[in-house]
Ligand binder design. Structure first.
Ligand code: CAA
Length: 376
């Protein structure tokens, strides 16, 4: 049975911050960010946006393109930016999307790897339940402390995709290479709003895990690198993905996979899938029937190298104009506003900021998050 991604969409904040402005305030040459790190902008989030509001926006777009929403029997919300240790963030999404009561909702976590774990679980679920669909959401907002070396690698976005039999976009192949090891390269204790990290160790482990998982993938599937037509990597920042391509001695430029991430910044669980969307939207050559290799890495760490075959009719199911609009309609904020956004989170929703989608975080009352539809 062919199982994979039938519909896919992303969402991000209505606001972006230029790294050129950050460089000027941090007394760093902008070329370090643009060339050394490979990023030029990052999405930044006002207090009334969070992983739920952008997830709702992405999911609304993704399910609007499938005929039978009633066959969604499972919603998996993948995130490392969760604000609740008990209630799954996906339940708010389930409510605003008006999914049926019989649909299960769970949340999964393993840093930036979690949406890939969700995809593999969804694939098994559909294999067992041929007529069911699974809605997978990866939604993360990445924050490091102001002035830290991680600051230019912040960002955030949500990706939502529907996993089904006979998918219109990407068939996920059997066989992958997995590597798990216990390492403190990036983590966020419960008390912290910002992630802690060891930047050099994280970059080292990203590449080491790539080596191991990629070679396991080749051995398991009995393939050679020449059997892969194009590649996407988890992109915490563009240069990291490019170093990944060098590591496996990839022969071509991966620039067309990084166009969206270079202006969104790191979106953790969503990042690899936004690279995939960038590839599908931006590739100058036809991709029908091509094999795409995908590297997913989540600090801590779990890595998986897997692959998919791009569906014959994928062009009718992708949305390059919508994706371009999402990015181009964002508003630039000043350094002062950036600092305000950094300070203001997480418990002071503010009604005057524009939202990305149809739902905003209205208030937090008695530690309950109250979401509401935006009335024009
Ligand atoms: N012009 C051009 N390039 C310049 C430059 C200039 N003026 N100045 C410096 N550079 C180059 C450096 O030579 C270096 O290039 P190489 O990596 O090719 O050597 C690059 O810019 C970065 O410079 P530094 O090594 O000095 O970087 P830094 O100490 O400021 O930190 C960072 C960079 C490690 C990426 C840091 O931003 C960070 O730790 N980010 C968070 C952690 C992270 O994203 N890790 C990625 C792997 S973990 C993961 O994938 C999970 C996840 O999503 C977090």
């Amino acid at each position: 049975m062919k199982i994979g991604i039938d519909s896919i969409a992303f969402s991000t904040s209505r606001y972006f911050f230029k790294l050129e402005t950050l460089a000027a305030h941090r007394d760093v040459e902008f070329e370090k960010y643009s060339n050394g790190i490979g990023q030029i902008m990052m999405s930044v989030f006002p207090p009334n946006e969070d992983i739920v509001t952008i997830a709702i926006d992405a999911a609304q777009k993704a399910i609007s393109r499938i005929a039978d929403v009633g066959t969604i029997d499972l919603l998996i919300f993948a995130t490392e930016s969760s604000f609740d240790l008990s209630k799954a963030a996906g339940i708010y999404v389930h409510h605003f999307l008006k999914l049926k009561e019989e649909c299960r909702v769970i949340e999964v976590k393993q840093a930036c790897y979690s949406a890939t774990a969700a995809l593999q679980l969804a694939k098994s679920f559909v294999r067992e339940n041929r007529d069911s669909k699974v809605l997978v959401i990866g939604s993360d907002i990445v924050k490091y402390s102001s002035g830290s070396s991680g600051e230019p690698t912040q960002g955030g976005a949500a990706v939502a995709f529907v996993v089904s039999a006979d998918p219109h976009i990407l068939i996920i192949e059997d066989g992958s290479g997995v590597h798990t090891n216990d390492i403190m390269d990036f983590w966020r204790p419960i008390s912290e709003n910002e992630a802690l990290f060891d930047g050099k160790l994280s970059a080292y482990n990203y590449l080491k895990s790539l080596d191991i998982s990629f070679n396991r993938y080749l051995t398991k599937t009995q393939r050679n690198i020449s059997d892969i037509d194009c590649v996407c990597f988890h992109a915490p920042f563009g240069k990291m993905a490019k170093k990944g391509a060098q590591q496996i001695k990839w022969r071509e430029s991966i620039d067309n996979t990084l166009l969206y991430n270079s202006v969104i910044g790191n979106s953790c669980s969503a990042s690899l899938y936004i690279c995939l969307m960038s590839l599908l939207d931006q590739s100058k050559t036809p991709l029908e029937g091509k094999r795409v290799g995908l590297y997913s890495y989540g600090s801590g760490s779990v890595a998986e190298y897997f692959s998919g075959i791009i569906s014959e009719k994928y062009r009718s199911y992708i949305t390059p104009e919508e994706n371009q609009r999402t990015l181009e309609s964002r508003k630039e904020i000043s350094f002062e506003e950036y600092e305000l956004f950094c300070k203001n989170l997480p418990d002071s929703p503010h009604k005057n900021y524009e939202n990305t989608g149809t739902v905003r975080l209205k208030s937090i009352e008695n530690k309950r998050r109250i979401y509401g539809e935006i009335k024009n």
